[in-house]
Design a binder for this molecule. Sequence first.
Ligand SMILES: [Zn+2]
Length: 284
Amino acid sequence: MRVGRYEISTLVDARFAVDGGAMFGVVPRTLWERDFPPDARNRVALASRCLAALDRAAGQVVVVGTGIGGRWDAQRADWLALDRTGGGIETGLAALGVRREDVTDVILTHLHADHAGGVARAGAGGRLELTFPRARHHVQRRAWQLAHAPSEKDEGLFRPDDLELLGHSNLLHLVDGDAQLLPEVELVASEGHTAGLQLPRFRGGGAHLTWCGDVIPTHAHLRPAWVAAYDLLPVTTIEEKKVLLAEALEDDGVLAFEHDPSMAACRLREDEDGHPVFREAVEL
Ligand SMILES: [Zn+2]
């Protein structure tokens, strides 16, 4: 898909699974299991999807999310049913003709390890190094602060070693709230899922694409009340979601899903009551 100057693609870093109840919050299993049949351990299949936006003429490569990465011990990999046989984000970028050194900008929606797990990689001799050694890494200041002082609810979701590596590089750019990050790339700040989440929105040449991160992780979560139990402020997520949906409907914009196992993105239509609902899947 082209949005203004950017050629936009998505790639799957890994496939994994989490507890269906955690993913769908107060929604009864009898409703979500139709689209997301759970396995014997009540887990639903998810993707860890990343986005690449290329402006080849300018040599600019923007990556959104670094994926869940491969650095999980055997027990956690088993819990997550982690499957990285596709080769991960570096393989996905290589298919687009992009080396990790070519990436100029990394936008991290937030710092949970299933989104920022690929910030670092094991380099020569097993030493931890930044996966994208020349990229400016854009993070909301509130997300950065939360990751260094998490609550009991989310303390298991961060990678202190990776954050220290990034914090001591000169590649960290902290952002405060909504921002025009780059020409044709805005950041929309959000608080419902976690403090200081940011959703990149590409807008140019009459096209609009919003990366929905964990605010609308799958197409099933387009329904405003379908909010994951992970969220810190679920009622805030509902309100933020309604704004995202209304804006996408107005622009005939594309909403892209970070965790949907089978659908990278979609467009919306208005239902009989005037509410924005799913219209059609979009390949990215
Ligand atoms: Zn998250």
